[in-house]
Design a protein around this ligand. Structure first.
Ligand SMILES: [Zn+2]
Length: 189
């Protein structure tokens, strides 16, 4: 999940995100569910955790108002969370994902459904989001060859990478890089 997405969930007390993550408030030492009715803290005071346990281990106390320590167990959300964590670790290896689903005994279709209900996009869309973010970063910040960037992004051919990049950004990777460098140059001047 992106931080901007979590931030929005907290700002709107969105109950759909309960159980998916918690936010802690540095100034008070308390952690809450996204739906907590307490006034949302300043953005810079917020820390995000995916489980109540992690928040507690980091030294935060559960909120008395939203009882963030009594997280209701929701198997569907739990499964979606597992899938998300797995994708974030292994997103460059698409085949690994399919194998992992097989191992935990969920079909790809079920996984896609659970995931979409929890996060509003399919696992594939999420993987693509992570991919495009990473390859853009590499194009902008490094001088790595485009073919190497394609491999780091989990593509097994340059043409697959070009097709993907173009469909996501409307540009070829080389053109994107040139523009990004130009922008950088301009801000420096
Ligand atoms: Zn709370």
């Amino acid at each position: 999940m992106r931080e901007s997405q979590m931030l929005k969930a907290v700002m709107t007390s969105d109950t759909r995100y309960d159980g998916l993550f918690f936010y802690a408030v540095k100034s008070t030492g308390i952690f809450c569910r996204p739906s907590c009715k307490s006034r949302p803290p300043k953005e810079e005071n917020m820390l995000f955790f995916y489980t109540a346990n992690e928040a507690q281990q980091a030294g935060f106390r559960p909120c008395k108002r939203c009882r963030s320590d009594l997280a209701a167990y929701d198997p569907a959300k739990e499964a979606a969370l597992k899938i998300r964590k797995f994708i974030e670790d292994k997103w460059t290896e698409k085949m690994m994902f399919v194998e992992e689903l097989r191992r935990v005994g969920i079909s790809q279709r079920t996984a896609a459904k659970l995931f979409k209900e929890a996060y509003g996009l399919t696992p594939n869309e999420y993987i693509n989001e992570l991919r495009i973010k990473e390859v853009k970063r590499l194009l902008e910040e490094t001088t790595e060859k485009i073919i190497d960037i394609a491999y780091s992004g989990g593509f097994n051919s340059l043409s697959a990478f070009y097709r993907f990049f173009k469909s996501q950004t409307g540009q070829a990777p080389g053109a994107y890089r040139k523009e990004a460098q130009k922008r950088k140059q301009e801000t420096k001047e």
